[in-house]
Ligand binder design. Structure first.
Ligand SMILES: [Zn+2]
Length: 141
């Protein structure tokens, strides 16, 4: 768990440094505060660069939950392949697996194996979905 946190903070620090447009002070020691620090030091990010920041933050949130044994964070995501709500976490493969496997038109890859998704892919889809919803609601992103 400690290594996981260190790696997460390292990733945020590296990506934030590449994007920062204003000084938000030193990197906070508390992992939860690192995300606010990143946002506070990159308030003007737009478009794809802003989405990239939010994807990393969201993915790390999923990673933290999974690392703590909370697999329930997977279920609220629709399957990127078929759109159904049957994803579950496969700890051995570290992938979300689609449970939609009816006899006709199951959600499988070219080998007939249930489709699986990385946390990064789920975060990508989630942040894009939110972004589209904001646009549809007249937001500025
Ligand atoms: Zn599916």
């Amino acid at each position: 768990m400690f290594d996981h946190i260190v790696r997460s903070v390292d990733e945020v620090t590296r990506k934030a440094r590449a994007q920062q447009t204003r000084n938000a002070g030193p990197v906070p020691a508390d992992v939860a505060a690192v995300y606010d620090w990143w946002r506070a030091s990159t308030p003007d990010l737009e478009g794809e660069r802003r989405l990239e920041r939010e994807r990393v933050i969201y993915r790390q949130g999923l990673e933290h939950a999974i690392a703590a044994g909370d697999h329930k964070v997977i279920r609220p995501h629709p399957c990127p392949g078929c759109g159904t709500w049957g994803l579950f976490w496969d700890a051995a493969r570290r992938r979300a697996v689609c449970a939609y496997q009816p006899a006709v038109d199951p959600c499988v890859d070219s080998d007939g194996i249930a489709n699986t998704w990385s946390l990064g892919h789920l975060a990508y889809e989630h942040v894009n979905r939110l972004s589209h919803q904001e646009k549809a609601a007249g937001g500025t992103t």
